[in-house]
Design a protein around this ligand. Structure first.
Ligand SMILES: [Zn+2]
Length: 472
């Protein structure tokens, strides 16, 4: 089975062909740890998780790296403003290292709560200063840098294909946004190393061949991704907002430094928008983090369901009604799995199975089609509702789906508290039995009671009507 992925570099779906057969390297731009991640940020870590788990199902060995940005990310993408962490530290009068540690911990907590597998490699920018300096030195040797009063800059005019990812001519790249030129030669040039300001002391600063200071934001991702995955690697992921500046600059400095192509497949996730189609950002006030949802009584898996029910390349409009609907749907899936006889133990059994059933194959095909999770969920729903599909086949499909979708499908702990959902056919049987009882046809009524029990329902007869309950 082939995996096709939409590559931002070519603007096409392409068949994934790894550099090394059977292996896949993935780099995901991680969080800047100066505040809690909002749910829109968290969305962009779900599709790399699906990608990783799909690749594994397809037989690949995957190495996944997510970095932690704890220095150098300024309040503006255009090398202006203050370092986000220095600013947060000053505002809270806490140590910058404390802040970085706290929000790294909260980020990892959110990943775990959303069933996003935490990769073993999560390098921090501050832990890779020598690598970043070495890379800037390489660029300096090949004449790609120049020095200004406030730092060492990358000369984008030296690179003929600068901006190829965003497909904008250099002049157009930051059009519309005010660009402080300072001593920059070209508007798209960017800082590789910034000098510490002469009038104030930074909490994070390092010595370098050019003077005391700190690395620019983009250089960390090039230095760390190449350190862990090689000069050229398979897949790089991030949000669409990274295309024009951050990823464009990662490509420029990496390819200028090595003379090799940097990344073969660029995958970008689309934004989440809040109800009124306002883009959410930490500075915009209407902050919703995962904890906000948990405080409102939602389990993180419901949010994951909402995310997976929308394709990662499409805008997702977040509303609490949509989250509620996702929560109900997830409960519905779990109930169908429980009704088919699923138990937590089945999960391991189905995973150890060597060959795929046709339904499992169908579900994997959906995922292998540019990670089409809405389609995979539809396949799961259809099979679980189909009376022609044997219960054990339903359970094995659900276990297979769980291995990639990671929704806690076999977590039945919330089922009892949830309102009972009665499938149409069960309701029809119940009505038939009620009519039989009214007609004093107790033989048929008993037969129908057994049929209902086979579907996991019991019927409590009242004077004027009946109540359906779930059988334990
Ligand atoms: Zn990055």
């Amino acid at each position: 089975m082939e995996l096709t992925l939409y590559n931002t570099l070519t603007r096409r779906k392409e068949v994934f062909a790894p550099l090394q057969p059977g292996h896949a390297g993935i780099y995901t731009c991680g969080p800047t740890v100066y505040a809690e991640a909002h749910i829109g940020n968290l969305r962009s870590y779900v599709f790399p998780d699906i990608l990783k788990k799909t690749l594994r199902r397809l037989g690949f060995q995957v190495r996944h790296v997510i970095n932690i940005t704890d220095v150098g990310h300024l309040t503006s993408d255009a090398d202006e403003g203050e370092d986000k962490l220095e600013l947060a530290a000053r505002r809270s009068s806490r140590s910058i290292w404390d802040i970085a540690e706290e929000f790294t911990r909260l980020y990892l907590r959110d990943l775990e709560r959303m069933n996003i597998e935490v990769p073993p490699d999560m390098p921090r920018a501050t832990g890779h200063i020598p690598e970043q300096i070495a890379m800037i030195q390489d660029l300096e040797k090949s004449g790609f840098t120049y020095s200004t009063a406030d730092g060492i800059y990358f000369d984008t005019a030296r690179l003929p294909d600068y901006g190829k990812l965003a497909r904008l001519r250099a002049e157009g790249l930051q059009e519309g946004s005010r660009v402080e030129m300072g001593d920059k030669r070209n508007k798209t040039d960017f800082a590789l190393w910034k000098f510490s300001p002469p009038d104030s002391k930074r909490q994070m600063e390092w010595d370098s061949p050019w003077g005391r200071g700190f690395p620019g934001w983009h250089i960390e991702c090039s230095a760390m991704s190449m350190k862990y995955l090689g000069q050229t690697f398979d897949i790089h992921t991030g949000g669409t907002d990274h295309i024009p500046v951050h990823h464009t600059n990662e490509i420029a400095q990496s390819e200028a430094a090595t003379g090799q192509p940097f990344v073969r497949y660029w995958l970008h996730g689309e934004h989440l928008v809040l109800g009124e189609s306002s883009r959410m950002g930490k500075s915009e006030g209407n902050f919703i983090g995962l904890q906000t949802l948990v405080d409102k009584g939602y389990e993180p898996a419901a949010y994951r369901y909402l995310v997976l029910n929308n394709h990662y390349r499409k805008f997702l409009t977040f509303t609490f009604e949509a989250l509620k609907a996702a929560d109900t749907a997830l409960t519905g899936l779990r109930r169908l799995i429980a009704e088919a006889g699923g138990a937590p133990g089945d999960l391991r059994e189905a995973e150890s199975r060597k060959s795929m059933t046709p339904l499992q194959e169908k579900l994997l095909e959906d995922l292998a089609d540019d990670l089409n999770t809405p389609k995979a969920l539809a396949t799961l729903w259809t099979a679980l509702r189909d009376s022609q599909v044997a219960p054990e086949e339903k359970v094995s499909l659900a276990a297979f789906a769980e291995g990639v979708l990671s929704l806690g499908l076999f977590d039945f702990s919330r089922l009892e508290a949830a309102p009972l959902e009665v499938p149409g056919e069960v309701r029809a049987l119940a009505e038939k039995r009620w009519a039989a009882r009214q007609a004093r046809d107790f033989k048929q009524a008993d037969e129908l009671r057994d049929e209902l029990a086979a579907r996991g329902f019991a019927m409590r007869d009242g004077k004027d009507g009946y109540e359906l309950t779930a059988l334990d």
